[in-house]
Design a protein around this ligand. Structure first.
Ligand code: PMP
Length: 433
């Protein structure tokens, strides 16, 4: 770097001049982060922050075993997957083995956006039609097609008003603040299935239904029991494919489940993966059935220069090895349960906390001004995040109402660090909001 002095302001100015500003940064006055270690980030003033939001770096920052594996492979070979080498075969086998039958065929790409884009292309080729049903308030990527199916207003205030005609949406199944709560939540699935059958009756049978199998934009909320089973049935009746976007929730973060769809007791037709799969290295995958993948062959072209390269494949394999050897899914389960129980106890004492969503290390703390109306508290949420940073914790707002503290730390989070997070949140809430 030409500037490795650690200076903050000048670099921020250079960033705004050279780097398109639509690519925002966290915080009005961000610390300059040049190092990370496990679930901590270090700024150039020598301060350490507890990183509670890095769902990409699942193994933690600066993992020496991953760094060594990448360095070794970079010294040996990096090329595209039209060459014949072992790592791409082994990674594909490992991914397929991590999924239930009949999901046995793998495409390797470089991001979640690409994975979802390809999933849509597979469905279009399979069904010979373009209609897609997506769940409202979701994010699936920034490309033309994945942006079209993303309706989170956190990313685009006019999200629903600007959809192309082939996109159809069903309500966000938010059992905390949607139309149906508690005993009523089965109606989300019934109504989504009914609207899919309506589309079919109108001569617009969907080629695909896409959803996160665990509702992410709410900060991590289980879909109502039976939701995906009912919706998938309606989609399959129409001859469409059921796509599970596991980009955020897959790969062990939920603790009890390696994949989000397990929680719903279904098997999708297409699964998309990214983020955790590369621990920050650009890596994504689509896993589907052989017949769906072969069908695409006749209708589309697919080649990705870096998707499945030797280095990317070694990253993918090493991430899976480390997840297994360090028992990180199990850690997400146990530390996540501890974190959740402490947060629930905090909720008893601080009325600003309306609900604690999530499971494992995918947790959302929803902040509300009153418990009756559940009025969102976005200003309080933003201010609490700023104050938490002053006290050494990185946490950010999420949801369409920006009133949920999103908590998705590296899966190596320790019980002590979970306690530090809750204690810091407790002291910030005591300051009065
Ligand atoms: N799907 C979901 C659920 C996501 O959270 C994201 C990223 N926030 C994406 C897709 C897109 O992934 P990427 O940023 O790797 O393109």
């Amino acid at each position: 770097l030409t500037d490795d002095t650690g200076e903050v302001e000048g670099l921020l100015r250079r960033r705004s001049e050279a780097f398109a500003t639509v690519q925002e940064h966290y915080y009005r006055e961000p610390p300059r982060i040049e190092r990370g270690w496990r679930h901590h980030l270090l700024d150039t003033d020598g301060r350490a922050y507890l990183d509670m939001i890095n769902n990409v770096a699942v193994l933690g920052h600066g993992h020496p075993r991953l760094a060594a594996a990448v360095a070794r492979q970079l010294h040996r070979l990096n090329t595209n997957s039209r060459f014949h080498y072992g790592a791409v075969v082994e990674l594909s086998e490992r991914l397929a083995a991590a999924l239930p039958a009949p999901l046995d065929t793998v495409f390797l790409v470089n991001s979640g956006t690409e994975a979802n884009d390809l999933a849509l292309r597979l469905a279009w080729a399979w069904a010979g039609r373009r209609e897609v049903v997506a769940v409202r308030e979701a994010y699936h990527g920034w490309s033309d097609a994945t942006d079209a199916i993303s309706t989170s207003v956190a990313d685009n205030p006019d999200a629903l008003g600007t959809r192309p005609g082939w996109v159809h949406t069903v309500p966000a199944p938010n059992s905390y603040r949607g139309a149906y709560r508690r005993a009523d939540t089965a109606r989300y699935g019934q109504e989504a299935a009914a609207s899919i059958r309506d589309l079919t009756a109108q001569g617009l049978p969907p080629a695909a239904f896409i959803a996160e199998p665990y509702y992410g934009n709410a900060g991590g909320m289980a879909l109502p029991d039976g939701y995906l089973a009912g919706v998938y049935e309606a989609v399959r009746e129409a001859g469409g494919l059921c796509v599970a976007d596991e980009v955020q929730v897959g790969f062990g973060r939920l603790g009890e489940y390696f994949w989000g769809f397990e929680q719903q007791g279904v098997v999708p037709d297409v699964v998309t993966v990214a983020k955790a799969m590369g621990n920050g290295h650009p890596l994504g995958a689509v896993i589907t059935r052989r017949d769906i993948a072969e069908h695409y062959r006749s209708e589309g072209y697919f080649f990705s220069s870096a998707g499945g390269s030797p280095v990317s494949s070694v990253v993918g394999l090493t991430v899976m090895d480390i997840l297994r050897d360090e028992k990180l899914q199990e850690n997400a389960r146990t530390v996540g349960a501890h974190l959740r129980s402490r947060l629930l106890e905090l909720a008893d004492r601080h009325p600003l906390i309306g609900a604690v969503h999530g499971t494992g290390l995918y947790v959302g703390v929803e902040l509300v001004r009153d418990h009756q109306e559940r009025t969102p508290a976005p200003e309080e949420t933003a201010a609490i995040c700023e104050r938490m940073r002053e006290l050494g914790v990185i946490v950010q707002p999420t949801s369409d109402r920006m009133c949920v503290l999103k908590i998705k730390p590296p899966l190596c989070l320790t019980r002590e660090s979970a306690d530090f997070f809750v204690d810091t949140l407790d002291s910030v809430l005591r300051e009065g909001w």
